[in-house]
Design a protein around this ligand. Sequence first.
Ligand code: HEM
Length: 412
Amino acid sequence: PGDADVQFAAGPWTSLDDVPPELLRDRNSDPYPFFAWLRRNAPVLHERKRSGLSVWHVASHADVRALLSDARLSKRPELVPAYVPGPAGLNRHLVHADPPEHTRLRRLVNAAFIPRRVAALEPLITRTAQDLLARLPEFGVVDLIEEFAMPLTFNLICTILGVPDALNTARTRQILAATVIPSADAARRAVQERELREYLLALVAHKRAHAAAGVAEADLLGALVAAHDGSDHLGEEELIGTAYLLLLVGHDTTVNLIGNGMLALLRHPGELLRLREEPDLMPSTIEELLRYDSPVRDATFRVSTAPVELTGGVIPAGAIVSLLIGSANRDAAWFAEPDRLDLARQPNDHLAFGRGPHFCIGAALARMEARVAFGLLLARCPRISLAFRVEDLTWRPSRVMRGLERLPVMLG
Ligand code: HEM
């Protein structure tokens, strides 16, 4: 259907124009008052984007939970012709596929993230974290994102994929990061996408050359290249798209878990002390940090392939649907005192890793990275505190990811 038909069929949904302007103004730095307003007043919100596209945002835990695994919602962006999430030339990967294609792509990638493979990475994560922490000064201000979370998680995903040192650089991180929050300038965007494609092609060429030379490499990208050249039909575009996806989500999200999580702990000194005194709380702490300030605040889009009935109205077929994980995880209908940070919270049935067929492949890895990172960081920095007022922290201007640009802390 055309966009006008979609809007007509949508019925009386609240529109973005009805939201109090101050909630919209502050929604990047503090989305929670906006989310609370949505759950109370507009559990489904209709937004008409400047591009002319319509998006339906879903805010309640029950709806987000149900829709994350509802087969009427597709993950194929091409169902809405004008919609292009992410860099246009790198869209072919499992996040943008439905079964059976999704099942095939996911199976190829999943092997690298089974519990045995994840457990085998723990010594490497520990060593990398220890090295990074050893480089921090005893006293003074450091940026935990740049000096700790980013290199820790990026080096790890590069190891899993098999990215050679020469292609694992700060410049690479910059090229990848540029595509998450694309430039408003079309010419600049085109340059960024070209740089990224060139980078990924160089990476794949490196793997091919090694395979041709008979160098067996037990890494994920080597395996994907072999699958491409073998019988499992991983096309060139899928290969590059998958490499891009993994490089990006493999570190970006976990950086946010470490950054948002550390900020939450520093803002709740009583809870931080509790964790220091009861280290057994670490597993439930990580779940609570995932819930309290979720690294992915909005599940990536879905497209409705049939009308979807929700309390109060129907989302028509052909609509872009955004599932607000950050809101679902603060819903009082599901969690007792949802705005309170409680490191021992039980049960804690959050949706931070999604749910259903697209449930996060890297969940076990992210949990392990976070456990090691928080454990070593707190042990190394017994008097760590925030170096700036919370109001002065800057958040990355993304609707999908929730993460800090920098987290300056005072050591010693
Ligand atoms: C999917 C969150 C870490 C790889 C997802 C989804 C969420 C999520 C919410 C579902 C998206 C949707 O349904 O539309 C997170 C969070 C992380 C994290 C909060 C860290 C705290 C990782 C890591 C990796 C990874 C470390 C890989 C190394 C993936 C992949 C998918 C995915 C490949 C797509 C699965 C599919 O479409 O079948 N993640 N993720 N994630 N995640 Fe993660």
